[in-house]
Design a protein around this ligand. Structure first.
Ligand SMILES: Nc1ncnc2c1ncn2[C@@H]1O[C@H](COP(=O)(O)OP(=O)(O)OP(=O)(O)O)[C@@H](O)[C@H]1O
Length: 375
Protein backbone atom coordinates (compact mmCIF):
# COMPACT_ATOMS: atom_id res chain seq x y z
CA UNK A 1 0.00 0.00 0.00
CA UNK A 2 1.30 3.45 -0.87
CA UNK A 3 1.01 5.93 1.98
CA UNK A 4 1.63 9.64 1.71
CA UNK A 5 4.52 11.10 3.66
CA UNK A 6 3.60 13.78 6.24
CA UNK A 7 4.99 16.43 3.88
CA UNK A 8 2.83 15.15 1.02
CA UNK A 9 -0.24 15.21 3.27
CA UNK A 10 0.61 18.72 4.38
CA UNK A 11 0.88 19.83 0.77
CA UNK A 12 -2.47 18.24 -0.10
CA UNK A 13 -4.21 20.10 2.73
CA UNK A 14 -2.49 23.24 1.56
CA UNK A 15 -3.84 22.73 -1.97
CA UNK A 16 -7.38 22.55 -0.61
CA UNK A 17 -6.92 25.75 1.38
CA UNK A 18 -5.31 27.46 -1.59
CA UNK A 19 -8.15 26.48 -3.90
CA UNK A 20 -10.70 27.74 -1.39
CA UNK A 21 -8.84 31.05 -1.15
CA UNK A 22 -8.62 31.71 -4.88
CA UNK A 23 -11.80 30.09 -6.14
CA UNK A 24 -14.02 32.56 -7.97
CA UNK A 25 -11.54 35.34 -7.31
CA UNK A 26 -9.92 37.55 -9.91
CA UNK A 27 -6.20 36.94 -9.47
CA UNK A 28 -3.25 38.91 -10.86
CA UNK A 29 0.17 37.23 -10.73
CA UNK A 30 3.27 39.40 -10.59
CA UNK A 31 5.61 37.50 -12.88
CA UNK A 32 9.22 38.66 -12.85
CA UNK A 33 10.90 36.10 -15.07
CA UNK A 34 12.57 34.57 -12.02
CA UNK A 35 12.00 31.00 -10.94
CA UNK A 36 9.88 31.74 -7.87
CA UNK A 37 7.09 33.65 -9.57
CA UNK A 38 7.19 31.17 -12.47
CA UNK A 39 6.41 28.37 -10.02
CA UNK A 40 3.54 30.55 -8.73
CA UNK A 41 2.00 30.34 -12.21
CA UNK A 42 2.52 26.57 -12.17
CA UNK A 43 0.78 26.37 -8.75
CA UNK A 44 -2.32 27.85 -10.37
CA UNK A 45 -2.09 26.01 -13.68
CA UNK A 46 -1.84 22.53 -12.13
CA UNK A 47 -5.15 23.23 -10.41
CA UNK A 48 -6.69 24.27 -13.71
CA UNK A 49 -6.45 28.02 -13.11
CA UNK A 50 -4.95 30.50 -15.55
CA UNK A 51 -4.62 33.89 -13.89
CA UNK A 52 -3.57 37.07 -15.67
CA UNK A 53 0.14 37.73 -15.32
CA UNK A 54 1.91 41.07 -15.17
CA UNK A 55 5.50 42.03 -15.67
CA UNK A 56 6.35 45.33 -14.03
CA UNK A 57 8.76 47.42 -16.01
CA UNK A 58 11.19 49.53 -14.10
CA UNK A 59 14.15 50.42 -16.25
CA UNK A 60 16.84 52.94 -15.54
CA UNK A 61 16.32 56.57 -16.52
CA UNK A 62 18.01 56.38 -19.89
CA UNK A 63 18.65 53.48 -22.21
CA UNK A 64 22.02 52.09 -21.26
CA UNK A 65 23.82 48.93 -20.36
CA UNK A 66 21.80 48.56 -17.14
CA UNK A 67 18.87 47.50 -19.18
CA UNK A 68 19.95 44.14 -20.59
CA UNK A 69 18.89 41.96 -17.67
CA UNK A 70 15.33 43.27 -17.70
CA UNK A 71 14.90 42.38 -21.37
CA UNK A 72 15.88 38.81 -20.54
CA UNK A 73 13.48 38.82 -17.57
CA UNK A 74 10.62 39.86 -19.81
CA UNK A 75 11.46 37.12 -22.33
CA UNK A 76 11.41 34.52 -19.56
CA UNK A 77 8.15 35.83 -18.13
CA UNK A 78 6.61 35.73 -21.61
CA UNK A 79 7.71 32.11 -22.13
CA UNK A 80 6.36 31.00 -18.74
CA UNK A 81 2.99 32.71 -19.19
CA UNK A 82 2.66 31.14 -22.64
CA UNK A 83 3.59 27.67 -21.35
CA UNK A 84 0.73 27.80 -18.85
CA UNK A 85 -1.83 29.45 -21.10
CA UNK A 86 -1.90 32.76 -19.22
CA UNK A 87 -2.03 36.28 -20.58
CA UNK A 88 0.96 38.47 -19.84
CA UNK A 89 0.86 42.23 -19.84
CA UNK A 90 3.65 44.69 -19.17
CA UNK A 91 2.87 47.45 -16.69
CA UNK A 92 5.20 50.41 -16.72
CA UNK A 93 5.97 51.63 -13.20
CA UNK A 94 9.25 53.20 -14.18
CA UNK A 95 8.29 56.75 -13.24
CA UNK A 96 6.76 55.75 -9.91
CA UNK A 97 9.86 53.76 -8.97
CA UNK A 98 12.24 56.57 -9.69
CA UNK A 99 9.96 59.21 -8.16
CA UNK A 100 9.03 57.38 -5.01
CA UNK A 101 11.52 54.64 -4.15
CA UNK A 102 14.54 56.55 -5.40
CA UNK A 103 13.45 59.75 -3.70
CA UNK A 104 12.96 57.92 -0.39
CA UNK A 105 16.37 56.24 -0.75
CA UNK A 106 18.26 59.42 -1.59
CA UNK A 107 16.53 61.50 1.10
CA UNK A 108 17.48 58.92 3.71
CA UNK A 109 21.08 58.42 2.68
CA UNK A 110 21.59 62.18 2.43
CA UNK A 111 20.42 62.53 6.02
CA UNK A 112 22.96 59.89 7.09
CA UNK A 113 20.48 57.01 7.44
CA UNK A 114 20.50 53.47 6.05
CA UNK A 115 17.38 53.04 3.91
CA UNK A 116 15.91 49.84 2.52
CA UNK A 117 14.63 50.33 -1.04
CA UNK A 118 13.45 46.69 -1.29
CA UNK A 119 11.09 47.18 1.63
CA UNK A 120 9.64 50.36 0.16
CA UNK A 121 9.40 48.83 -3.30
CA UNK A 122 6.88 46.29 -2.08
CA UNK A 123 4.69 48.95 -0.52
CA UNK A 124 5.07 51.65 -3.15
CA UNK A 125 5.40 49.66 -6.36
CA UNK A 126 4.44 45.97 -6.36
CA UNK A 127 1.41 46.44 -4.13
CA UNK A 128 1.19 50.23 -4.64
CA UNK A 129 1.66 51.75 -8.10
CA UNK A 130 0.79 48.42 -9.72
CA UNK A 131 -2.49 48.34 -7.83
CA UNK A 132 -3.36 51.85 -8.96
CA UNK A 133 -2.62 51.05 -12.58
CA UNK A 134 -4.01 47.54 -12.87
CA UNK A 135 -4.27 45.59 -9.61
CA UNK A 136 -7.48 47.37 -8.56
CA UNK A 137 -9.27 45.25 -11.18
CA UNK A 138 -8.34 42.12 -9.23
CA UNK A 139 -9.33 40.66 -5.87
CA UNK A 140 -5.94 39.14 -5.16
CA UNK A 141 -2.35 39.85 -6.13
CA UNK A 142 -0.05 36.81 -6.10
CA UNK A 143 3.73 37.07 -5.87
CA UNK A 144 6.62 34.64 -5.51
CA UNK A 145 7.68 35.96 -2.11
CA UNK A 146 8.77 33.46 0.52
CA UNK A 147 6.08 34.42 3.02
CA UNK A 148 2.76 33.06 4.18
CA UNK A 149 -0.47 34.41 5.61
CA UNK A 150 -3.05 33.13 8.07
CA UNK A 151 -6.47 34.38 9.02
CA UNK A 152 -7.57 34.28 12.65
CA UNK A 153 -11.03 33.65 14.13
CA UNK A 154 -11.85 37.38 13.82
CA UNK A 155 -11.10 37.32 10.12
CA UNK A 156 -7.86 39.29 10.52
CA UNK A 157 -5.14 38.34 8.06
CA UNK A 158 -1.58 38.03 9.39
CA UNK A 159 1.76 37.86 7.64
CA UNK A 160 3.51 34.63 8.65
CA UNK A 161 7.10 33.51 8.11
CA UNK A 162 8.11 30.94 5.52
CA UNK A 163 9.68 27.58 6.53
CA UNK A 164 12.89 28.42 4.64
CA UNK A 165 14.78 30.67 7.09
CA UNK A 166 17.34 31.72 4.51
CA UNK A 167 14.80 32.71 1.88
CA UNK A 168 12.08 34.12 4.13
CA UNK A 169 11.04 37.55 2.79
CA UNK A 170 8.55 38.67 5.42
CA UNK A 171 11.07 41.36 6.38
CA UNK A 172 10.72 42.90 2.91
CA UNK A 173 6.95 42.92 3.31
CA UNK A 174 6.91 44.46 6.76
CA UNK A 175 5.89 47.95 5.57
CA UNK A 176 2.96 47.03 3.33
CA UNK A 177 -0.42 48.52 4.18
CA UNK A 178 -3.04 46.29 5.77
CA UNK A 179 -5.29 46.57 2.70
CA UNK A 180 -2.33 45.43 0.60
CA UNK A 181 -1.78 42.45 2.89
CA UNK A 182 -5.44 41.50 2.62
CA UNK A 183 -5.07 41.39 -1.17
CA UNK A 184 -1.73 39.59 -1.21
CA UNK A 185 -1.24 35.85 -1.66
CA UNK A 186 2.03 33.98 -1.64
CA UNK A 187 1.40 30.65 -3.36
CA UNK A 188 4.95 29.30 -2.94
CA UNK A 189 5.59 30.65 0.56
CA UNK A 190 5.15 27.23 2.21
CA UNK A 191 7.99 25.76 0.14
CA UNK A 192 11.69 25.79 0.73
CA UNK A 193 13.88 26.98 -2.13
CA UNK A 194 15.07 23.48 -3.07
CA UNK A 195 11.51 22.33 -3.61
CA UNK A 196 10.96 25.27 -5.95
CA UNK A 197 14.07 24.38 -7.91
CA UNK A 198 12.93 20.75 -8.15
CA UNK A 199 9.49 21.78 -9.43
CA UNK A 200 11.09 24.14 -11.93
CA UNK A 201 13.37 21.39 -13.22
CA UNK A 202 10.60 18.79 -13.46
CA UNK A 203 8.52 21.33 -15.33
CA UNK A 204 11.47 22.20 -17.57
CA UNK A 205 10.99 25.85 -16.82
CA UNK A 206 13.24 28.01 -18.93
CA UNK A 207 14.64 29.71 -15.82
CA UNK A 208 15.06 26.62 -13.62
CA UNK A 209 18.80 27.05 -13.41
CA UNK A 210 18.86 30.82 -13.20
CA UNK A 211 20.62 32.42 -10.29
CA UNK A 212 18.52 34.22 -7.67
CA UNK A 213 18.26 37.94 -8.07
CA UNK A 214 20.59 39.82 -5.77
CA UNK A 215 20.66 43.28 -4.36
CA UNK A 216 18.06 45.90 -4.92
CA UNK A 217 15.03 44.62 -6.71
CA UNK A 218 14.47 46.07 -10.16
CA UNK A 219 17.92 47.54 -10.29
CA UNK A 220 19.31 44.33 -11.72
CA UNK A 221 22.99 44.64 -12.25
CA UNK A 222 23.40 48.09 -10.79
CA UNK A 223 25.67 48.32 -7.86
CA UNK A 224 24.15 50.17 -4.90
CA UNK A 225 27.04 52.63 -4.69
CA UNK A 226 26.70 53.48 -8.38
CA UNK A 227 22.99 54.04 -7.85
CA UNK A 228 23.71 56.51 -5.06
CA UNK A 229 26.63 58.15 -6.86
CA UNK A 230 24.41 58.79 -9.81
CA UNK A 231 22.05 60.93 -7.74
CA UNK A 232 24.24 62.39 -5.03
CA UNK A 233 27.74 62.38 -6.53
CA UNK A 234 30.68 62.39 -4.16
CA UNK A 235 31.35 64.54 -1.09
CA UNK A 236 34.75 63.76 0.43
CA UNK A 237 35.37 64.24 4.14
CA UNK A 238 37.50 63.07 7.04
CA UNK A 239 37.55 59.62 8.57
CA UNK A 240 38.36 59.79 12.28
CA UNK A 241 39.15 57.06 14.76
CA UNK A 242 36.46 57.25 17.44
CA UNK A 243 38.65 56.34 20.40
CA UNK A 244 41.67 58.52 19.62
CA UNK A 245 40.26 61.35 17.50
CA UNK A 246 43.05 60.64 15.02
CA UNK A 247 42.38 61.33 11.35
CA UNK A 248 43.03 58.12 9.47
CA UNK A 249 41.85 58.89 5.96
CA UNK A 250 39.26 60.37 3.61
CA UNK A 251 35.84 59.08 2.61
CA UNK A 252 34.14 59.85 -0.71
CA UNK A 253 30.74 60.60 0.78
CA UNK A 254 29.03 59.52 3.99
CA UNK A 255 26.25 58.00 1.88
CA UNK A 256 28.56 55.24 0.69
CA UNK A 257 28.91 53.95 4.24
CA UNK A 258 26.65 52.34 6.75
CA UNK A 259 27.01 51.80 10.46
CA UNK A 260 28.54 48.42 11.20
CA UNK A 261 30.23 48.26 7.80
CA UNK A 262 33.61 46.61 7.75
CA UNK A 263 34.32 45.68 4.16
CA UNK A 264 35.18 48.16 1.47
CA UNK A 265 36.61 50.87 3.68
CA UNK A 266 40.00 50.67 2.00
CA UNK A 267 42.19 51.93 4.87
CA UNK A 268 45.32 50.09 5.85
CA UNK A 269 46.00 48.62 9.30
CA UNK A 270 42.45 47.29 9.72
CA UNK A 271 40.04 45.90 10.50
CA UNK A 272 38.00 49.11 10.81
CA UNK A 273 34.30 49.37 11.54
CA UNK A 274 32.03 52.32 10.78
CA UNK A 275 30.62 53.47 14.12
CA UNK A 276 29.05 56.88 13.57
CA UNK A 277 28.37 59.51 10.95
CA UNK A 278 28.38 63.24 11.64
CA UNK A 279 26.37 64.56 8.70
CA UNK A 280 26.79 68.25 9.58
CA UNK A 281 30.58 68.05 9.73
CA UNK A 282 30.77 65.32 7.07
CA UNK A 283 32.88 63.08 9.32
CA UNK A 284 32.92 59.30 9.35
CA UNK A 285 33.87 57.79 12.71
CA UNK A 286 35.47 54.35 12.78
CA UNK A 287 36.74 51.96 15.42
CA UNK A 288 39.63 49.59 15.16
CA UNK A 289 39.75 45.93 16.13
CA UNK A 290 38.27 42.57 15.37
CA UNK A 291 35.10 43.00 17.39
CA UNK A 292 34.93 46.47 18.94
CA UNK A 293 32.24 46.94 21.58
CA UNK A 294 31.30 50.26 19.97
CA UNK A 295 29.88 48.28 17.02
CA UNK A 296 27.17 46.68 19.21
CA UNK A 297 23.89 47.83 20.74
CA UNK A 298 21.23 46.16 22.90
CA UNK A 299 18.68 48.96 23.33
CA UNK A 300 17.44 51.19 20.55
CA UNK A 301 14.23 53.08 19.75
CA UNK A 302 11.97 52.66 16.70
CA UNK A 303 9.89 55.44 15.23
CA UNK A 304 6.74 55.35 13.07
CA UNK A 305 6.01 51.74 13.97
CA UNK A 306 3.83 50.26 11.27
CA UNK A 307 1.52 47.41 12.28
CA UNK A 308 0.72 45.13 9.37
CA UNK A 309 -2.63 43.79 10.55
CA UNK A 310 -3.60 45.85 13.57
CA UNK A 311 -1.97 47.26 16.68
CA UNK A 312 -0.82 44.49 19.03
CA UNK A 313 0.20 44.77 22.68
CA UNK A 314 3.78 43.66 22.07
CA UNK A 315 6.08 42.60 24.87
CA UNK A 316 8.17 39.48 24.27
CA UNK A 317 9.17 39.45 20.64
CA UNK A 318 11.82 38.45 18.15
CA UNK A 319 13.24 40.83 15.57
CA UNK A 320 15.53 41.31 12.58
CA UNK A 321 17.34 44.42 11.44
CA UNK A 322 18.86 42.88 8.34
CA UNK A 323 17.92 40.23 5.80
CA UNK A 324 19.57 37.37 7.69
CA UNK A 325 18.15 34.01 8.83
CA UNK A 326 18.42 34.81 12.57
CA UNK A 327 15.60 36.20 14.67
CA UNK A 328 16.83 37.92 17.84
CA UNK A 329 14.83 37.58 21.08
CA UNK A 330 13.93 40.82 22.84
CA UNK A 331 11.39 42.66 24.90
CA UNK A 332 9.78 45.73 23.45
CA UNK A 333 8.31 48.67 25.30
CA UNK A 334 6.08 51.51 24.14
CA UNK A 335 7.50 54.91 25.03
CA UNK A 336 5.41 57.92 26.00
CA UNK A 337 6.27 59.74 22.79
CA UNK A 338 4.76 56.91 20.71
CA UNK A 339 8.06 55.28 19.80
CA UNK A 340 8.91 51.68 20.72
CA UNK A 341 12.09 50.65 22.51
CA UNK A 342 13.78 47.36 21.69
CA UNK A 343 15.68 45.66 24.53
CA UNK A 344 17.55 42.89 22.82
CA UNK A 345 18.72 39.86 24.83
CA UNK A 346 22.00 39.84 22.99
CA UNK A 347 24.06 42.76 21.72
CA UNK A 348 23.41 43.37 18.01
CA UNK A 349 26.07 44.34 15.53
CA UNK A 350 25.63 47.36 13.27
CA UNK A 351 22.39 48.93 14.43
CA UNK A 352 21.97 51.81 11.98
CA UNK A 353 19.39 54.61 12.05
CA UNK A 354 17.04 54.33 9.08
CA UNK A 355 17.08 50.53 8.97
CA UNK A 356 13.76 48.84 9.49
CA UNK A 357 13.55 46.70 12.58
CA UNK A 358 11.05 43.97 11.74
CA UNK A 359 9.19 42.60 14.75
CA UNK A 360 7.72 39.09 15.09
CA UNK A 361 6.01 37.18 17.87
CA UNK A 362 8.13 35.22 20.33
CA UNK A 363 8.22 32.19 18.04
CA UNK A 364 8.89 34.27 14.91
CA UNK A 365 5.72 32.99 13.36
CA UNK A 366 3.57 36.08 12.89
CA UNK A 367 5.17 39.28 11.68
CA UNK A 368 3.62 42.21 13.54
CA UNK A 369 5.21 44.99 11.52
CA UNK A 370 8.26 47.21 11.52
CA UNK A 371 9.60 50.52 12.71
CA UNK A 372 12.50 52.66 11.61
CA UNK A 373 15.53 52.58 13.88
CA UNK A 374 16.20 56.03 15.22
CA UNK A 375 18.79 57.59 17.51
N1 LIG B 1 9.67 43.02 -12.66
C1 LIG B 1 8.72 42.38 -11.98
N2 LIG B 1 7.48 42.26 -12.53
C2 LIG B 1 6.50 41.60 -11.88
N3 LIG B 1 6.67 41.07 -10.66
C3 LIG B 1 7.85 41.18 -10.06
C4 LIG B 1 8.96 41.82 -10.68
N4 LIG B 1 10.02 41.74 -9.85
C5 LIG B 1 9.61 41.07 -8.75
N5 LIG B 1 8.30 40.74 -8.86
C6 LIG B 1 7.46 39.99 -7.90
O1 LIG B 1 7.98 40.12 -6.59
C7 LIG B 1 8.38 38.84 -6.08
C8 LIG B 1 9.62 38.96 -5.22
O2 LIG B 1 10.59 39.63 -5.95
P1 LIG B 1 12.15 39.38 -5.75
O3 LIG B 1 12.84 40.51 -6.39
O4 LIG B 1 12.39 39.06 -4.33
O5 LIG B 1 12.37 38.16 -6.69
P2 LIG B 1 12.90 36.70 -6.48
O6 LIG B 1 12.94 36.27 -5.06
O7 LIG B 1 14.10 36.55 -7.29
O8 LIG B 1 11.65 35.98 -7.16
P3 LIG B 1 11.55 35.58 -8.67
O9 LIG B 1 12.37 34.33 -8.74
O10 LIG B 1 10.12 35.36 -8.92
O11 LIG B 1 12.11 36.74 -9.43
C9 LIG B 1 8.57 37.97 -7.32
O12 LIG B 1 8.44 36.62 -7.03
C10 LIG B 1 7.48 38.50 -8.22
O13 LIG B 1 6.22 37.96 -7.89
Amino acid sequence: MITDTPREKELETRDELFLAEVKDKRVAVLLSGGVDSSVVVWEFARLGLHPDCFYIKIGPEEKEEWDCSSEEDLEMATAVARKYGCKLQVIDCHQEYWNEVTRYTMDKVKAGFTPNPDVMCNRLIKFGAFDEKMGHNYDLIATGHYAQTETDENGDKWLVTSPDPVKDQTDFLAQIESWQLRKAIFPIGHHIKNEIREIAEEEHLINAKRKDSQGICFLGQINYNDYIRRYLGEKPGDVIEMETGKRIGTHKGLWFHTIGQRKGLGFGGGPWFVIKKDVEKNILYVSHGYDPQTAYKKDFPLQDFHFLTREVAMQKVTFKIRHTPEYHPATIEKLEDGRWMIHSEEAIHGVAPGQFCVVYDENHHRCYGSGEITV
